[in-house]
Design a protein around this ligand. Structure first.
Ligand code: URA
Length: 477
């Protein structure tokens, strides 16, 4: 029996495998005559290369093969088991030699094995889609790199998914055996890489961890399922992986806590005897720490964290907003989302350095409604403003600003009193009891809500021109 050595390159390519299999079939080479070699391997038996046989003339009879087998072969080839190559050729041989319905026999050992290999490849592909985490490339705008360690040769198979999903980004996925890049137009595949070639943690991972810790539901924790769904290979590079030991350890206590809380009557109103806030002498750091566990109103519960004020402890000017938004809730810092960016540009236009201001909010937890996966801002009620006001008063007592600017109606209520409407008082100076001067203006989020065009421009001018009053030397910037 003549033996032939055969190599498929790359070993996961359906096209390369089909050309090889077609050549072998057309020369009537039986499965047992073939030595399938891996990359870099030589034939032990010194068998001549199948590729040395003449390619059949163009137009020679095509070999019809069921489409389902071609699809199965394409998936199986991505498996890392070297035996998949002889397995698939054996199945093909059987199909063209009288067993056309082979795939319909699920008890056949070859069919069973091929199905299991395909299943493993599908599972690995699914994990790659779920667990790839891109990191920003330092110093490059909109360029991202991810490191991933798949179990099988799935990069070529899964890359089109990422090209569709992140079409507008430039990205690369590096794996030990293969890499792929997307430049916004096309995919380019290359050799494997090292983990060090991918950037280390970027800033958004801290954000993601905060969010993950917040949405982690201890009552639904099932560690067995978790380990099954997230074998270490996949999750060891995920940013949230570092949190899991603590979240799992604390889950029992948190569930107990949830049970205890469920036993309480629903709280529609702020408890009368709300806990006192820390004393002024605690200083800003002491206040911030105490506010982190504030339970004076129900807003703490769905929110991620308390967003306390920030800025120099002796700032001359304090800006008071309404409440943190989605981005602030996740990051823990005030005015870092879209409204904050609009405020920044108004300050920049006026030449006011944001770093000299103390920025805070009337309400220090994000109030929102869930719509599907989105969290939509919801205006705080007077009860929330009242419950949170002692924190604001302590901040004012500590910072002792010369000027307070109230951004929007909620801040005006908290600082100037409930009767002060923006319609009547916008831009007008007030003196507080302790002599601090204050005025109210529109909120940057309101400017954003005016849509595009002239309406937005006019709203922006209102805000900027009111803030211009801060340039007056009397306010000692
Ligand atoms: N809007 C606010 O009032 N405060 C913030 O911190 C962000 C948005």
């Amino acid at each position: 029996m003549t033996r032939w050595s055969v190599r498929v390159d790359p070993a996961w390519s359906l096209q390369a495998w089909r050309e090889t299999a077609r050549l072998a079939l057309q020369h009537r080479v039986a499965p047992e005559q073939l030595d399938w070699l891996q990359a870099g391997e030589a034939s032990l038996l010194d068998a001549p290369a199948l590729a040395s046989l003449p390619t059949p003339a163009a137009g020679s009879a095509a070999i019809p093969v069921p489409q389902a087998f071609v699809a199965l072969a394409g998936t199986c080839l991505c498996h890392s088991d070297p035996q998949r190559l002889p397995l698939l050729y054996r199945m093909l041989w059987r199909i063209v030699h009288g067993e056309r319905g082979l795939l319909t026999n699920p008890a056949d050992p070859d069919v069973l094995r091929a199905m299991a290999l395909a299943q493993a490849v599908r599972r690995d592909s699914h994990k790659m889609k779920a667990f790839v985490r891109f990191r920003e490339v330092p110093g490059e705008a909109d360029a991202f790199i991810a490191w991933f360690e798949p179990a099988h040769h799935i990069v070529d198979r899964v890359a089109p998914f990422f090209a569709r999903r992140f079409a507008g980004m430039r990205w690369a996925i590096l794996t030990p055996a293969r890499s792929v890049q997307w430049d916004g137009q096309q995919l380019a595949f290359g050799p494997g890489a090292r983990q060090e070639d991918a950037p280390r943690e970027d800033a958004r991972e801290a954000l993601w961890r905060t969010y993950y810790a917040n949405i982690f539901n201890p009552a639904r924790l099932n560690t067995r399922m978790m380990q099954q769904e997230m074998p270490a290979r996949y999750w060891k590079h995920l940013p949230e992986a570092t949190l899991l030991p603590r979240l799992v350890r604390d889950a029992g206590d948190r569930v107990q806590d949830m049970h205890d809380r469920q036993a309480q009557a629903p709280r529609r109103r702020i408890p009368q005897a709300a806990a006192p806030v820390a004393a002024t002498r605690a200083g800003l750091d002491g206040l911030r720490e105490a506010a982190a566990s504030c339970r004076r109103c129900p807003l703490w519960e769905p929110a991620t964290q308390t967003v306390f004020g920030e800025g120099p402890a002796d700032a001359r000017i304090m800006l008071v907003g309404e409440q943190p938004g989605d981005a602030e809730d996740l990051s823990g810092h005030p005015f870092v989302g879209p409204a904050g960016r609009l405020l920044d540009s108004a300050l920049r236009e006026l030449g006011i350095d944001r770093g000299t201001l103390y920025l805070t909010n009337a309400v220090k937890h994000f109030r929102f409604e869930r719509r599907g996966k989105r969290r939509i801002h919801s205006t705080p009620q007077i009860t929330h403003i009242t419950a949170c006001r002692p924190w604001l008063m302590r901040e004012i007592e500590n910072v002792r600003p010369q000027v307070i600017v109230c951004l929007g109606a909620s801040a005006a209520t908290a600082v100037l009193g409930a009767g002060v409407t923006l319609k009547e008082h916008r831009g007008r100076w007030h003196s507080l009891d302790d002599g601090t001067r204050a005025f109210a203006t529109v909120h940057p989020a309101w400017v954003l809500r005016q849509g595009e065009g002239e309406a937005r421009e006019a709203a922006y001018r209102l805000l900027r021109d009111d803030l211009r009053q801060l340039l007056d030397d009397r306010h000692g910037r």
